[in-house]
Design a protein around this ligand. Structure first.
Ligand SMILES: Nc1ncnc2c1ncn2[C@@H]1O[C@H](COP(=O)(O)OP(=O)(O)OP(=O)(O)O)[C@@H](O)[C@H]1O
Ligand SMILES: [Mg+2]
Length: 257
């Protein structure tokens, strides 16, 4: 038995009187793309914000590589190798690709006590990452403002890899992208998993999910209703689980309204 990279047990999140998540158990494994699915308001973003250290859970435990962890801030989660790419991406348009990838953790050397940026080393590292991801971006010195939506996703993924992330969480990375760009980002997602990363992908696009995910987890009204391996389900079944038409969901909701 291998230990999952991350294990969530009984995760509950209350916002005042509203319970956004109720008793969620989930395992996240290295080398696997896990999709989180569910209708608007099902609790997907709340769940990943807990994994990212952006919200504390009201109840329940997280462990990373078998060790219990408590995240008081995104920094704590990052320290455990968890990188989250939010939909807004938070890249600086005026800076170059390599400056964005190294933002806040620039490589420096000191000459007679005066710090200098190691621009060449940073550029080479970013060039290597872009090549490894097969991102088709030739110049790490280009400004992010000149890139397409899909290329920006690639830069955000590079930044996560540069932090040595072991778990990369992506909240709707393809929502604003055209067809060809979406293909590229989905390929990048697969490549992250092949590199040994654990990947969590939130998407409303069932076709995208079936293209890249190994396992799918469906949230509904704050509960995890079920999970399925891709080969054991169909897009039709997943849709019925999301909408609540599936008999399993009906049974669950009759027992626990
Ligand atoms: N900071 C907050 N304060 C109060 N309620 C919140 C907060 N964040 C989320 N919620 C509530 O928690 C529930 C789950 O929201 P969440 O954003 O996790 O849904 P989601 O599954 O990500 O939906 P979507 O697909 O629309 O992004 C919703 O009812 C939402 O209104
Ligand atoms: Mg959301």
């Amino acid at each position: 038995m291998t230990v999952p990279f991350l294990q969530a047990t009984g995760i509950t999140k209350r916002f005042g009187a509203l319970t956004a998540l109720r008793d969620v158990d989930l395992e996240i494994n290295c080398g696997e793309v896990l999709a989180l699915l569910g209708d608007n308001g099902a609790g997907k973003s709340t769940f990943i914000k807990i994994l990212a250290g952006a919200h504390p859970q009201s109840d329940g435990e997280l462990s990373v590589e078998g060790q219990p962890v408590t995240f008081s801030s995104p920094k704590d989660a990052a320290g455990c190798g968890i990188a989250t790419i939010f939909q807004e991406l938070a890249l600086s348009e005026n800076l170059s690709i390599s400056e964005n990838v190294f933002l806040g953790r620039e490589l420096k050397r000191s000459v007679l006590g005066v710090p200098f940026l190691r621009r060449k080393a940073m550029r080479e590292r970013v060039d290597g990452l872009l090549r490894e991801l097969d991102a088709h971006i030739s110049d790490p010195e280009a400004t992010v403002g000149s890139l397409s939506g899909g290329q920006r996703q690639a830069v955000a993924i590079c930044r996560a890899l540069n932090l040595n992330a072991k778990l990369v969480i992506m909240d709707e990375p393809t929502a604003a992208l055209a067809v060809a760009e979406t293909r590229k980002v989905l390929q990048l997602t697969r490549r992250l998993a092949e590199r040994g990363c654990a990947v969590v992908l939130i998407s409303h696009n069932i076709a995208d999910v079936f293209e890249v995910a190994d396992r799918m987890v469906v949230f509904r009204r704050g509960r995890k209703v079920t999970e399925r391996r891709k080969e054991a389900t169909t897009p039709e079944e997943i849709v019925s689980l999301i909408t609540g038409a599936h008999p399993d969901v009906r049974a669950l909701e009759q027992n626990k309204p």
